[in-house]
Each structure stands twice: as C-alpha cells, then as structure tokens.
Ligand binder design. Sequence first.
Ligand code: GLU
Length: 482
Amino acid sequence: MAPIRTRFAPSPTGFLHLGNVRTALFAWLAARSTGGSFVLRIEDTDQGRYVPESEAAILETLNWLELTWDEGPEVGGPHGPYIQSLRLDLYTESARRLVDSGAAYWCTCTPERLTEMRLEQQRLHEPPRYDRRCLTRQDEVASERASGMPAVLRLRMPEGTTEWDDAVHGPIKYENADIDDQVLLKSDGFPTYHLAVVVDDHAMEITHVIRSDEWVPSTPKHLAIYAALGWEPPVFCHVPTVLDEARQKLSKRRGAKTVLEYAEQGYLPEAMVNAMALLGWSSGTEQEVFSREELIAAFTVERIQSSPAVFDARRLDSLNGLHIRRMDAEALVAALEFHLPETSLDARRKLVPLLRERMVTLRDAVPLAEPLLGPAPWDPEVVFPPRKVDAGTAQTLLDAAIAEVEAGALDGLEAMRERLTALLEARGVKARDGFRVLYIAILGAPAGVPVFDAMAFIGAEKCVGRLRFALVELDRRGEASG
Ligand code: GLU
C-alpha cells in the first residue's frame, strides 16, 4: 500500500482516555504500516474549553505509549506550526475565499434571536438549524458589521446530496437539506473546528483522516468546504466509538481513567497498545497478544470494524500480565524502579524472577515484595495452621524446615522441597496444603511469591527467625483454642 499520511488532532480540553488514544493508535499504525507519516496537531481554537495542562498531558501520553509523531509540536516539520491558534491567518484566508465564492455568508443574528428560533423549531418538532435569515439580507449585514456589530461566518450548505465512501463504514449519503449552515468563524474571529480541520488537513497533506465516528454527521460540511475551496478531500476512516462495560460511550465523566492513570497503576505501554488495537480492529486471526512490531505488520485500515467496541478491563489485565511475562528481564527490572523506589538494582534483579509470573500490573510488585523487603506482616485473620493441616504436622514441618535451613539447604532449594514434600506425604498431607504453613510463616499469608525462592531471597537468618515465630504462634493458638 502507498505510504499514507495520517494525523491525530486532539483538542487540549482535558486528558486523554483509552478511547481517544485508540483513535491516535489507529492513525499511527496506519502510517507506520505503510511507511507513511503521522502528524500531531493541537486543535486549540476553542479558547473557552482550553485546559492549560492538557496539552502537556497529550504529549506525555503519546510519548509514554511511544506513539511517535513525525511532525508536530516539539519536533516541528514542513507544515508547521502544528498548533491551530498559531495558524489563524490561514483560516482567515480560506474564509475570505469562501465568502468571495458565495460558499459562506456573514450572520449577525443575536444569540437571543437564535435561541428563540431554536425554541420555535422545537415546538414545531423541526430539526434545529439556522433559518438563513441573514443570507437574504447580506447588504444590511455588511453595514451592521461595518458599524461594529458582532458577526459569525456561516457555511452555505449547497443543495443536493453528499456522498462519500468511508473506509470503515462504506458508502454514506446525506441529504444536504438536513444539514445546518455551520458557523465557520466565530464572532471573536477564531475559526470553529470545522473550518480549521479542513484547512489544516489539506495544508498538511493528510491522505487519510482517521477519527472517531462521532464526526460522521459533520463530514458533509467538511466535504462542502473542500469542494468550495477546490481541494481534493482525503479518505475518511471513521472509527467506531469505544464503549464502557455498561455500553455507554467511554468518558471521563463516567469514570473512564486517563491513560496516564493506567501508567501510574503499573500498566505497560505495550499492553495498552495491544489492548487498544483490539478495540475495533482485528487481525482476522486468533492472535490476541501482539507486540508493537506485530501490530504494525498486521494492521490495515480495511480491518477496522464499524460496530462499536467495548472496552473490557479484564482483557487489559490479562494482556498486561502476559506482556509482563514476555518482557525482557532488564527492562522489567528498570520498570519496577518506579514502584519499588527503595530497592537497589541488585535487589530488583533478584526479585524479578519471583514476581514476574504473579503480577497483573507492575504495582502488584509492591504487596508481593513487601514480605521480602520488610518484616513478614502476619495477617491477624490468617487461619493457622491452615485448613487440611493438623497442628502436629505443622510443627513437624516447621521443625524440619528450620533444620534444613540451618544445614544450608537454601543452596539446594529443589532438594529441600523434595524432602519436605516426602515428609508431608508420609503424614498423609498433600504438599500443596502443607506448604501453606511455610507460606504463612515466611510471607505472613497463605499465598504469594514461590515460598522456597522467598526463603532464599530473605536468607537463612530471617528464615529461621520467621519459622520460629510461626512455631510460637502455633503454640499460642493451640493453647488459646485448647
Ligand atoms: N479536535 C477534534 C477532537 O478533539 C479532532 C477531530 C478530528 O480528528 O477531526 O475530537
């Protein structure tokens, strides 16, 4: 496929959640999989909704996910600037051309008149739309503007129909009569999204507009602008909305986490990218676990689905666990520093093999490593001896384990495990049940990282101390219940 140029064009009005970034990912994959370019553009023309920190958060999110952009803020490029508020002249120039050709007209209707009009339309069950009053009185409007009356510029939606072949949805057709005369320039002179997006996608030579399908109803307006300016429109790929588990649109207001919150909670960028890619795209095979490179190799716009995608948090968890297990050991050691800041590099290197299999998120390392790094926190609720193990067996096992450790068995963990297994089986106790005694003694709870490895990690002295404490606890509980 020929190299394609895509863009991600977020508005800095809030923080990016999974649904927003999934759209960026599709655009990035489409560019990377064809050897094309991915452009980042900040659409900040809606000054009223501008959230200052959000621009930095957008860059941080994409950087964390390694969705690198070839042109855009920080990296520049031949079509810059890539921030719309720095491109106002371009929009004014296009607006002038639209006015000159009669494709757009000025409107001085007051907000009060527009509200009245809307209420009347509601009362008559008519679709809300501008009634073109100003279109019929352009001379008057011109003198009103000259005398300083605030005015907006509206697109004059042409007659007829608009059709396009959407790369995701297939042919889409609208009756133009159903489409409002969109405001293109606001009274403060700033363009609306609709004008700016067309001017920029054209100027930046975007070949494929990959964006959320909530913009489908706006596309006829955009196509009318392309036509009026004599520009070739891009291919439109309207990707399905991401829904939450209640099948509502994913939104911050409904509790969707930002992508950076996932980062803090110990999700891997690889797992996020993998999980997001499956929200509305499938490779057409059974494969679920993808590296970034595998996604780039497998991705095609044609395989984007048109039906809404439902975000499943459990699937993300399972992919995260899988990616943690696939991760290069040294990379995992490095990634854990954020979550275990007190540990040395050496300690983390020793911890990784113990934790790796048991982590869903990197943050799970914290509770798992806790009994290894500090004193074993005995859970006061823990049943001891555990179910299916009598006090006599527990005591014999603890005594044997102390003797083993004192005799240097931590250097031969497998042999120690075999001897202790034999001891338990001789007493008719399954190893799986019996070893819970050791888990509680060493880790304070009946489960956790593999207990023999944990013993080796904490060393002989601490092991013996904890095993002895368990013996005392066994006695104390025996007395209390006897
Ligand atoms: N600024 C728009 C948004 O944040 C971009 C829509 C588009 O990609 O055309 O949703």
